[in-house]
Design a protein around this ligand. Sequence first.
Ligand code: CFN
Ligand code: HCA
Length: 543
Amino acid sequence: EVYELPDTAEFKAEILERYPPKLAKKRAKQIIINKIENDDDVPEILANTRTIPGIITMRGCAYAGCKGVVLGPTRDILQITHGPIGCGFYSWLTRRNQTKPTTESDVNYMTYAMSTDLQEEEIIFGGEKKLRAAIDEAVALFHPRAIGIFATCPVGLIGDDVHAVARAMEEKYPDINIFGFSCEGYKGVSQSAGHHVANNKVFTDVVGLNDTFSKPGKFKFNILGEYNIGGDAFEIERIVADCGLSLHSTFSGNSTYDEFSSAHTVDLNVVMCHRSINYLAEMMEKKYGIPWFKVNFVGAEATSKSLRKIAQFYEDADLLKKTEEVIERELVEVEKVRLDVKSRCEGKTAVLYVGGSRAHHYQELLREIGITILSAGYEFAHRDDYEGRKVMPSIIVDADSRNIEELKVEADAVRYKPRLSEEKKASMEADGFAFSDYNGLMTEMPESSLVIDDCNHYELEELLDRYHPDLVCAGIKEKYVVQKRGIPMKQLHSYDYMGPFAGYKGAINFYKEIDRLLNCSAFKFTKAPWDESPELSATYAFN
Ligand code: CFN
Ligand code: HCA
């Protein structure tokens, strides 16, 4: 069933009309009325461009993407934020990345927020001395195996060289791997630049250092782009273990330095959040010959499909059989809850504006309980995440995806033999195994639904007034504006302190939560303060 949103063209025109001409011209290319010509042929969207200053964007910064997102969930790389205290503090576990040390003696630095806490004096006279002192202090207290240093905006502005400090301190402490990230918040246009910086450094300075660390099991693989928010990775770990797979390292949910440094020893990489980690997957394929493909563990159907695909990759009869048994076993409870919840949620509508992959992944879960998506968009994804296959092949040579580090990879590529020969890969593809199955968000959204890149608060509020969706999925900055209007709001970043939402148990948790939200009468009694007394909005704005 395809739900066509009425008068989208009129709505878009009204939004644009109120913008200054230059901004209207730009937003016109970022607010797209979805049209699916053939299977994959969707309209072009403008993405990954600078946000207009002054618009209330939902985006974050490069430091958040590097430190908070990609490295943050790693348990035993000691992480020092070089900057004023706020950056370190507000990226400290707010994302709800969980970890579970396996033994009493396992190191876990995630419970600490470490920062050089730069003051005015260092901003004026330089902060490298303080950074060296912070590393000395960290070594004296913890003697970690690895230290990551993360640059914040002022560090780039005053010219502190985190890489030079890392090299000097590594000479002083030769048994510790010390590396810096040039992830100043202003780099690029969003979190996305920080993902890239993180991928490069993890690849050049960590992956490939350890050939001996291994885990038991036959079918070794890594999951890239799964960050264990609300325990998602725990649920995925449970399922893949039951299937008989050997998960070596997750990048980076519930992960360790040993797992990262030996991650090149596996047969396969699967990629969950393509946006944040495609660079690492590409580079590992090039240097170590490890094939990769995309998976999605959000949604029961998507989870089954992903498990089957991983099992098929190994072409092992026992593995395939066990995987089918796990799917069958898990779906009993999932289907029971799903059908019950669907009976109360069917026909409701939702909008989603989230990050760089969840606005797509979570549509599956919502559709499973009969909810229609009226509008969706990413905060910082690139065109491939929207348009999928259509633009995917060109992305690899996109200027943003190539870098000096990658050139080093090419030079080094001869060291490793590919896990699959070109012929084997081609024959698997001929048999229908899709290594490059890149679905984009637009290909899976209803005709004439609204796809909005880098949606801002003005557009969101206009959209709510016009289309009255039953549910909004976004982040903390959006939450209270939406709830005060009497519309249920679900955070798809932090999960509102719940989870997991991935895998089978996660699907059950999510169905039940959406059922509770959509069928809770309390929201109907809510009236926004600015609706009752419009003059208040001005008071709030100026006080
Ligand atoms: S956990 Fe991931 S799934 S990594 Fe990325 S693009 Fe963020 S922190 Mo918030 S929830 Fe979000 Fe994605 Fe990948 Fe999270 S949709 S915005 S940078 N994201
Ligand atoms: C980030 C992290 C974030 C923010 C979430 C939100 C997260 O972008 O720095 O805005 O609610 O998932 O914690 O995306």
